[in-house]
Design a protein around this ligand. Structure first.
Ligand code: NI
Length: 135
């Protein structure tokens, strides 16, 4: 088994806000992240796939194809967007890094070739905090 990781980047705006709660409770739970006029992050995304090396190519998967999947299914849909308002696959979800990481997994997994498995989606919200999801 071999692992390959592709690193991507996107910027996006969001706020953490539960519409079922009062403004006061949102502020208590989410603090500055509930700021009604939004704030942004420079997200760093690391996607790791695993499988066996194809003896004909020496590759696990053509990295150009993986890159295109990540661009088309994830980065294009998130970069310079408002995660609460602009992203169809986040509709109805709280725009936390945890939820975003799981949603990114679900965007990528169906597009991988049969012989390749998704191993990990790792998403940095800031240089000092990240979420990992293993499916
Ligand atoms: Ni935030």
């Amino acid at each position: 088994m071999i692992y390959l990781t592709r690193h991507e980047h996107f910027n996006a705006a969001h706020k953490l806000y539960n519409p079922d709660w009062s403004d006061k409770k949102n502020e208590e739970v989410f603090g500055k992240c509930a700021n009604s006029n939004w704030h942004g992050h420079n997200y760093e995304l690391l996607v790791t796939i695993k499988g066996e090396v194809n003896p004909e190519t020496g590759f696990l998967m053509d990295a150009k194809i993986l890159s295109k999947i990540l661009q088309d299914e994830v980065c294009e849909k998130l970069d310079h967007k408002n995660l609460n308002m602009d992203v169809d696959f986040l509709t109805g979800k709280l725009a936390s890094t945890e939820n975003l990481t799981v949603a990114i997994w679900d965007q990528i997994a169906p597009h991988l070739p049969m012989n390749v498995q998704l191993h990990c989606v790792k998403l940095y919200e800031t240089p000092r905090i990240y979420v990992e999801y293993f499916g």
